[in-house]
Design a protein around this ligand. Structure first.
Ligand code: SF4
Ligand code: SF4
Length: 284
């Protein structure tokens, strides 16, 4: 049976908030019986855009990531609910019944992703229901997906086996594997939130002027083993990403024809920008 899945590409999200606004427009002032009660005008962000800044100026990376109900196949909120107030549909979508869930604050507290909001006025927990009422009415994808201008928000309805293939092909990851909830929302380029990088600018004094060095070979070593390699760009900058935070001592080796090779040691806690590394002409 085909089921719904969501693929979020962190590399494509620009923080435009259109998906968040489309969701507010869909649910604020609107009641969808069996799917969702009205969303409060203030305080709820059923699709919330998280921000992550890595590195230090001038080599900084800023990424954005929408987080919403992950429509888990092994959902703690379903286990915490009483009276069958939270259910999983045959198409994979998790629905918090707006009537049965009344007063059940433990549903919100059970969600490991903070994706459930409490509606004080109605005394109910609420989360993004995958726009299930629109899909039931024949929409090809949720409104939030149609609204996204960059393709960062992609909904697909496929067999689970096909989704496993897509997951492997595209390197999709769970938001929090430790939560072990089998989410139906998977993320691409999640390393921009979970991993760190080393960056620097390579320069040298040429004819009494400081010049950016393009095309310098940069090799990253950990315990004597090469774990990354790149080249400097036209500005003399480089970045080696997807490194493990808190992974300790590393060595950078920088080589460029006509200059003496340079070695730089550093400790990797979080993303680090090493500033300008200056090469010396080999004839000097
Ligand atoms: S993300 Fe939270 S609310 Fe949504 S299905 Fe999983 S546990 Fe339930
Ligand atoms: S609409 Fe798309 S690009 Fe804009 S915030 Fe949402 S996911 Fe990101």
């Amino acid at each position: 049976m085909q089921k719904w899945n969501l693929i979020i590409d962190v590399g494509e999200c620009t923080n435009c908030n259109v998906c968040t606004l489309a969701t507010q427009d869909e649910y604020v002032g609107n009641e969808w019986p069996g799917i969702a009660a009205e969303m409060p005008k203030h305080g709820h962000r059923w699709i919330d855009i998280k921000r992550k800044e890595r590195g230090q100026p001038p080599l900084v990376d800023v990424a954005y990531m929408p987080v919403m109900c992950q429509h888990c196949d092994d959902a703690p909120c379903i286990k915490a609910a009483e009276n069958g107030a939270v259910t999983k549909r045959g198409d994979g979508i998790v629905i918090i019944d707006p009537e049965k869930a009344q007063g059940q604050r433990q549903i919100m507290e059970a969600c490991p992703y903070g994706a459930v909001f409490w509606n004080e006025e109605k005394d109910i927990p609420q989360a993004w229901p995958f726009d299930a009422h629109l899909l039931d009415a024949g929409w090809a994808e949720p409104r939030a997906a149609t609204a996204c201008p960059t393709g960062a928000f992609r909904a697909i309805k496929v067999e689970d086996a096909e989704m496993q293939r897509i997951r492997a092909d595209e390197g999709l990851q769970e938001l929090d594997p430790g939560a072990a909830t089998k989410p139906r929302v998977l993320y691409k380029n999640l390393h921009r939130f979970t991993k760190c990088f080393v960056a620097a600018s390579i320069a040298a004094t040429v004819d009494d002027k400081e010049e950016c060095i393009q095309g310098a070979a940069v090799v990253l070593l950990k315990g004597g083993t090469e774990i990354g390699r790149t080249e400097t760009d036209a500005f003399g900058d480089f970045r080696i990403d997807r490194l493990d935070p808190g992974s300790g001592g590393h060595v950078l080796k920088i080589e460029k024809e006509g200059f003496a090779a340079k070695t730089v040691e550093f400790e990797l806690g979080d993303s680090i920008t090493l500033g300008t590394i200056t090469l010396t002409a080999s004839s000097a």
